[in-house]
Design a protein around this ligand. Structure first.
Ligand code: UDP
Length: 381
């Protein structure tokens, strides 16, 4: 996900089924705008995958606390302006609304129509470091202003819980590795700055109005749904793993490596790559946490292992069995040298257990998508 755009709303309906009189049903609604990638595992329930702009979500969530409370997200509503997303990626069982985060009426209309919403998941931010450095006002407009409009609408509709896609870019150059949530946030790029501003907006809105939030700071979201049918499709593509795999599948000539003079073992940037399914799972857990009365908080989501750009390319060669042409270039503006997460807090508090902690497996899931969908969601693959 890096991100992302969207929200997911959960609404509580009446208990369903005579056999399960104490089981509440939640209806989830997702609004998406940008680039986040997230999906939930099929085993969980035919979940949805959200990718960048997103998609999905269909999940069934069970939690055992006093008396086995079971939460079932059996209705999903997606709101997306389709600026970077694809209708083909929306789960067929989801109700879809096309609209823009910055348009108060469009959001109000959805919330008026979908009554009883308990929680929102917000994936709707622009998310590209490089773009944010050349077009910062786009980021303030959609990320900051768009979130303000959303919060106004949530307040007007009495919705009190929100889960939010934040980013490791809020930290800037870290003081220590792995990075803790309590470490300073001094972003080196406009994207991270706007995500930090959104986090602060959630904080002060809670102080004044009581809307609770969970901010999930993704490290490098990557991978694709294990079924190979939902994956990243950006235009233009700017993320490392998709670009490498486009070289492998023949739709791109080479990968440009941005910077070989960083203070790392081979001079290229180090990142912590985390699979979208694991990210998706964290969102479900975060919803569950808020609905169970958890306090507002911030959590890192990463595997805790750093790979250089060169290491990722070598791993992709191994997984695909293809030659990958590399061209070395200068640094990309705004890139910190190293971003690796400590996710101990998410594991401890949310009960999060990422399953895709092997880079080869992560790239293999992405390769299944890219090798079978060289044109993304367009017909003709
Ligand atoms: N990168 C690169 N060439 C590319 C795309 C990315 O060398 O074509 C590098 C980028 O500079 C960063 C890392 O790969 O160090 C991951 O970049 P990406 O855009 O995938 O994610 P980010 O770290 O910006 O969130």
């Amino acid at each position: 996900v890096k991100e992302y755009l969207g929200y997911m709303y959960a609404k509580r309906a009446e208990p369903s089924g005579i056999c399960l009189p104490i089981i509440p049903t939640l209806l989830m609604m997702i609004l998406c705008l940008l680039s986040s990638r997230l999906y939930v595992k099929e085993e969980v329930h035919d979940v949805a995958v959200l990718y960048d702009v997103f998609l999905t979500l269909y999940a069934e969530l069970s939690c055992c606390s006093a008396g086995c409370l079971r939460l079932k997200f059996d209705e999903v509503v997606v709101f997306d302006n389709l600026e970077t997303g694809y209708i083909e990626a929306v789960h067929p069982k989801a109700r879809f609304y096309q609209g823009d985060l910055r348009n108060r009426k469009e959001i109000d209309d959805v919330l008026d129509n979908e009554s009883g919403i308990d929680a929102v998941i917000h994936f709707a931010a622009n998310s590209l470091v490089g773009e944010s450095m050349v077009n910062p006002l786009k980021y303030y407009d959609n990320n900051v202003y768009g979130t303000k409009v959303l919060l106004e609408s949530l307040l007007a509709h009495g919705i009190k819980n929100i889960v939010f896609s934040s980013t490791a870019a809020t930290y800037g150059e870290p003081l220590q590795t792995p990075i803790l949530e309590s470490d300073p946030t001094v972003p080196t790029n406009c994207y991270g700055e706007t995500k930090r501003a959104m986090e602060r907006m959630f904080h002060w809105t809670e102080v004044a109005h009581g809307i609770k939030y969970v901010s999930l700071r993704y490290f490098n979201a990557c991978g694709a749904h294990v079924n190979g049918n939902i994956g990243e499709a950006h235009n233009p593509e700017s993320h490392l793993i998709p670009i490498i795999l486009q070289v492998a599948n023949g739709t791109r000539d080479h990968i440009s490596v941005f910077g070989t003079d960083y203070d790392t073992e081979d001079g290229t940037c180090i990142r912590d790559y985390i699979h979208v399914t694991d990210l998706a799972q964290a969102h479900i857990l975060a919803c569950k946490y808020l609905l169970a009365g958890g306090k507002s908080d911030i959590f890192n989501l990463g595997n805790g292992i750093g790979f250089t750009v060169k290491e990722v390319i070598e791993k992709a060669k191994e997984v695909t069995g293809k030659e990958i042409k590399v061209v070395y270039e200068g640094r990309r503006a705004g890139d910190p040298a190293e971003l690796v997460a400590s996710s101990d807090k998410a594991k401890r508090v949310l009960g999060w257990h990422p399953e895709y902690n092997d880079l080869g497996t992560i790239i293999a899931t992405a390769w299944k998508w890219h090798s079978t969908h060289p044109n993304g969601y367009k017909k003709g693959n």
